[in-house]
Design a protein around this ligand. Sequence first.
Ligand SMILES: [Fe+2]
Length: 455
Amino acid sequence: MKNFAPIFLLILIAGCTHTEKQSSVSEQQTVSNELPQSPHHVKLTWETSPSTSQAVSWRTSDEIKSGTVEYVKATASPFFEVDVRQISAETDTLTSDDRTWAYHQANITGLEPGTTYSYRVGSGDFWSEWSEFTTAIGTDEPFKFIYFGDVQRFIYSKGSRILRQAILNVPDAKFMVFGGDLVHRGAQNIENYGEFFPGGGWIFQNIPTIATPGNHEHDNAKSGIDLSDLWFQNFNFPKNSPEGHEEETYFVDYNNIRVISLNMCRYRYEDDRKEIYDWTKESLEEFEGDWVFITFHYAMDALARNRDAGIRFPEFKALFEQYNVPLILTGHEHLYARGRMDAPFPVYVVSVAGPYQNAIRFADWIERAGTNMQLFQEIEVSPDTLHYYSKTVLGDIYDEFKIVKDGAGKLTFIEGKNLPEESLEPTQDFEDRYDQDLVESYEKDRAEYLNRKRK
Ligand SMILES: [Fe+2]
């Protein structure tokens, strides 16, 4: 506290000067969000229906013992603090690499569909700014969402720009989907969540996040067990899961679509595998809306050039084909690939949002590939069309296709026209990072890939 005393005093002085001029706006004290007691890492997720609920979570120093969400229907007037409702958050403390923080989570329920609310979080003298969220309309309407592959490394310096540029490109996105490895060390704040949330800043406060765990969100990135405590403290995801898989394998139904998150890091364990499989089958079987999107971290086929090729989850691949799942969104490979395997659907997408890049193995199912790019995906959904763009961090279209559904439910894939030349340079330090045979065969493999596509 001692360290912050001069800042605090300055803010109080500044606050006093302001109060004289605008006394009727708010009697409540505001405090700089630089103070650890102030709410930060404020973010929106869904625990229950997006049309009637909104989950909010945030962090403070552990001096703060409780948290409250205040919310009210939004108006253009700044004098909206009438009939403000309050709900209490659940507060937990967790000590990780930097210090002990208090983590606060609340799920606002009983909201009206298609309605914008203003909200803020905090307690006592420490409050966030007011921000807005809008509940889903709950029925068919065209809308967009954004997908991000791994952000993971160098989050502050280069991961942040993909989050910001994506939102500048798609400001009307209703939510963001993250395909895992949001961070590199899921049990740590320093260089990890301590960079990830500030990297997106207010974006997380205004646009809900759906995320599936990557291997790096686990305490041991190779184990697939022990999803880090920070995952559960940071996010408030649905519990419509197989028992014991809450908030990692789950679905969110937004209007006419279902977004399914599968924690396939647990696939290596036979019981987990079966539980996830049965649950996925049931979730596909029962869904009556228009489109299903499935996201999980590991690409169906390993594509990083130094990894063993092969279908990672064969029985899931068969299930997705059986149910004609249109689109599977994955990551882990640190490169871009899009294509279909042994059936007209699904379309498999492997993408990367952050700066860490791998060299590609040109698997024969790839219809479009890319390397050395930070990318995000813009996906527009209407009842009969799914319109997909993969865009670079500069907002340029790198890949595009549509999936159109006819009256009988039959899907047709239509690739975008005039796509730019593929970016297929091997990654930085390629010769140093990869075995000699992988380096020496690269040019031949790339030529064969391009030749195959010309036919
Ligand atoms: Fe990964």
